[in-house]
Ligand binder design. Structure first.
Ligand SMILES: [Zn+2]
Length: 320
């Protein structure tokens, strides 16, 4: 079975033979970058460049209704202002349009995602689920596979993956083993599926991202297993919060980073990432600060925590 999927992902073995570090930063364009996303971008950038690797930016706009007009350009302008220039992946460049500025954009890859979905379906690894939200709530915290053997029509249905297929009799599903949705009833592909397809197609060797995604890692590595492909290394950076449990996010209106005056926030972020920042760094250009940071980057100095608390002055919450 894995053989079929290996053919679908034939590009990946070629990429791995190159043995070059390939990292990525994958923002969703639901708003401009805030200080927390700056920390994640910097962490992934520095880890890639300290390993003499390539660093891609992927626009995760699969949830199109949540996209904010102009956010893609705001994000890319912010990365440039903070000294992070991204590489263009020649292997996926046929998907690129000029407006994408060299970044892989998920909504241009819907045919690719459907190709993978169709193959999964042809192998009886997916099924249609017609359960309402209310019904699922009544069944408990996790989906128990209620529709798995019903062979329901695919139209107007969510598509679920037969997870934990080595142990399909298991009914007592937990979060990691439940048959999660890979295509929503409204026709949108689920993040869980497309992020794995993108990471495989781009030959990503290490994923550096925020600790909030940590709970999804097991689902993602199980998809890799299903496809017969070795998963990348995963590294999770601490989230930035104003108080315990209140991470900066677009949802709670975290302030956008200041692209007209990047140095103070850049240096603060580098300090939080454990770099040995000295005061004279402020006198350097952004490009020189980044070069210095690549040379001094050491993951052993990262804070050993999933959350960093910063002062409220850095943010402006409209709801607090
Ligand atoms: Zn169902």
């Amino acid at each position: 079975m894995s053989h079929t999927f290996t053919n679908l992902f034939s590009n990946q073995s070629t990429l791995l033979k190159q043995a070059q570090y390939r990292g990525r930063f994958a923002p969703s364009p639901s708003g401009p970058l805030h200080f927390g996303s700056l920390l994640t971008a910097l962490g992934s950038y520095l880890q890639a460049k300290a390993n003499h690797g390539l660093w891609f930016v992927r626009i995760e706009d699969i949830d199109k209704p949540r996209e904010q007009f102009g956010a893609v350009d705001q994000i890319l302008d912010a990365l440039s202002a903070f000294g992070m220039s991204w590489d263009i992946d020649p292997n996926t460049s046929e998907d690129l349009a000029p407006a994408d500025r060299g970044c892989l954009v998920q909504t241009r890859r819907l045919r690719r995602y459907q190709e993978i979905l169709d193959t999964l379906h042809a192998h009886n690894l997916t099924y249609a689920c017609h359960c309402s939200r209310k019904k699922i709530r009544q069944m408990g915290a996790n989906y128990t596979g209620y529709c798995r053997n019903k062979n329901l029509p695919l139209t107007d249905a969510a598509i679920r993956i037969c997870n934990d297929h080595v142990n399909a009799t298991k009914t007592n599903s937990d979060f990691n083993h439940e048959d999660y949705i890979i295509k929503r009833r409204d026709g949108l592909f689920a993040y869980q599926l497309v992020v794995v397809i993108d990471d495989i197609d781009q030959g990503i060797t290490e994923v550096v991202r925020g600790a909030d995604i940590l709970p999804l890692t097991t689902r993602q590595t199980s998809l890799y297993k299903l496809f017969g492909i070795t998963p990348p290394n995963y590294m999770h950076l601490p989230l930035v919060s104003t108080k315990p449990g209140f991470k900066l996010s677009k949802q709670n209106h975290a302030r956008a980073i200041d692209i007209n005056n990047p140095k103070p926030e850049l240096i603060q972020a580098l300090t939080l990432l454990g770099l040995p920042v000295q005061q004279d760094l402020m006198l350097k250009s952004v490009a020189d600060i980044i070069t210095w940071a690549v040379a001094h980057w050491d993951i052993a100095n990262l804070p050993d925590t999933t959350e960093i608390i910063i002062s409220e002055q850095k943010t402006s919450f409209s709801s607090l």
